[in-house]
Design a protein around this ligand. Structure first.
Ligand code: NAD
Length: 445
């Protein structure tokens, strides 16, 4: 199938590369000429395991990038909209989606063949039918359902595992205004045999994405609320508590042969310094705002966000218990990306933590296996230096704050063993064995 993907960011690029790998003819469109040039030279503008190899493999044969919107849409049968949908402080900002819809509509005006427009961006329920579709009709002068179809296909890939998730999806949701649109999506994703496919209307498809993200965010804030109470009471470690919770057979079923399975979602029932990223925070906030619009205050989700916004500060309050004055204190921040496997720092808990340390004149060493250059773009201050490796990062500091659960950080106990002065390690992800370092502290301990 010939497809154009409008917006070549995390979702657009991964979708484009993977759909090309599956045999479709893909044109990735972006307004960012640098990004387009990089892609056409075989370089991935973002870090994702395996992405660059697949990009190189499919370039020129099944995949190319362009800024030429008109040609890309007119030459293809189906367009996926994958531009950003940020939270503007009050509600979801649909301006990128609206702009792209207008551009597509203008192309459709000149196009005789039937075309399908599919929203892949995360948009609040009602957007595809009540915002995108009318813009397409107005700018094209044509009729949805006759001249073109409008669908919604939310994306569930996880940053850090994006290529794997796209290639081996757990589910594919086809939202469509009519059967013809859904049929086009069936054709697009027919090459993904194993995945469960759910066919529904556009609003339901939109809501599935928000319900999924909100559930996971709720589980994280629930675990953090329990963790904070454990710390306040004393003599309870939230890691032991959550281990006991996970052993409920409704969370970790026991197979007939006695083996117990721990489904991935139990990892969301663990304490830490909060969720970040470009999706959970903005999506939960957008749904809260959307609830308000519909006279449904989202009370639970309001608290989920409030708990999450306070959580990075827990790491700092543990630090202050040990060092009431942070001025001149040498502190290492380990992990800058919002989660392992990505260089994305959007919404990372490391950001408010570093900002506060800088405000209090601490001297910061920061290290992340892949997010260094993004972090350098965010923090330009004499009091922060970026380390080349973990070994360098842990030397000669008073405290180490562990913020991202990178596998590499499991080496910390070994690296600290021979140091004369033992720093205090504050484990914001509870990923180290608390007995493995001389001076250990953690969320929920
Ligand atoms: P992103 O910011 O990484 O990429 C958006 C891209 O769109 C950018 O490259 C930008 O230059 C481009 N763009 C903006 N205006 C454009 C225009 N008029 N024409 C062409 N290109 C344009 O965003 P993202 O992280 O890929 O997210 C895209 C959508 O997917 C969002 O709605 C997000 O919520 C959703 N989503 C993201 C993830 C994720 O893990 N990042 C997962 C699932 C869903």
């Amino acid at each position: 199938m010939k497809i154009s993907i409008i917006g070549t960011g995390h979702v657009g690029l991964v979708s484009g590369v993977c759909l090309a790998e599956k045999g479709h003819q893909v044109i990735c469109v972006d307004v960012d000429q640098d990004k387009v040039n990089q892609i056409n030279q075989g370089t991935s503008p973002i870090y994702e395991k395996g992405l660059e190899d697949l990009l190189k493999k499919n370039l020129d044969s099944n995949l190319r990038a362009t800024t030429e919107f008109y040609r890309a849409v007119i030459e293809t049968d189906l367009s996926l909209i994958a531009v950003g949908t940020p939270f503007d402080g009050t509600e979801i900002d649909l301006s990128f989606v609206e702009t792209v819809s207008r551009h597509i509509g203008k192309v459709l005006k000149d196009k005789d063949a039937y075309h399908v427009v599919v929203v892949k961006s995360t948009v609040v329920p009602g957007t595809t039918d009540e915002v995108v579709l009318p813009i397409l009709e107005e700018t094209s002068g044509k009729t949805a359902g006759i001249d073109f179809g409008v669908g919604m296909n939310p994306e569930f890939l996880r940053e850090g595992e994006a290529v794997h998730d796209f290639m081996f999806p757990d589910r594919i949701v086809f939202g469509g205004m009519d059967q013809r649109t859904i049929d086009a999506l069936e054709e697009l994703y027919g090459v993904f045999d194993g995945a469960d496919k759910l066919r529904t209307n556009n609003k339901t498809a939109e809501m599935i994405k928000y319900a999924s993200n909100s559930l996971l965010a709720t589980m994280i804030s629930f675990s953090n609320e329990i963790a904070n109470l454990c710390s306040a009471i004393g003599d309870i470690d939230v890691v032991d508590v959550m281990e006991g919770v996970h052993l409920d057979k409704r969370l970790s079923p026991i197979l007939p042969d006695g083996e117990r399975i721990f489904p991935g979602f139990t990892t969301f029932l663990e304490a830490g310094c909060g969720f970040g990223g470009s999706c959970f925070p903005k999506d939960v906030k957008a749904l809260i705002a959307h609830g308000k619009r519909h006279d449904r205050p989202m009370r639970l989700l309001n608290e989920v966000m409030r708990i999450n916004e306070e959580q990075p500060r827990k790491v700092l309050s543990i630090l202050k218990n040990h060092f009431p004055r942070l001025e001149g204190l040498r502190v290492t921040v380990l992990g800058l990306a919002f989660k392992p496997g990505t260089d994305d720092m959007r919404g990372s808990p490391a950001i408010p933590i570093i900002k506060e340390l800088l405000a209090q004149n601490a001297l910061i060493k920061a290290y992340d296996p892949v997010a260094k250059s993004n972090a350098q773009g965010l923090f330009n201050d004499d009091n922060i230096s970026f380390c080349k490796d973990l070994d360098d990062a842990v030397q000669n500091v008073h405290a180490i704050l562990l913020i991202t659960r990178w596998e590499e950080f499991k080496k910390i106990p070994e690296l600290l063993r021979d140091l004369d002065q033992q720093p205090i390690v504050i484990d914001g992800r509870r990923m180290l064995d608390k007995r493995s370092v001389a001076r250990y502290e953690g969320i929920g301990l």
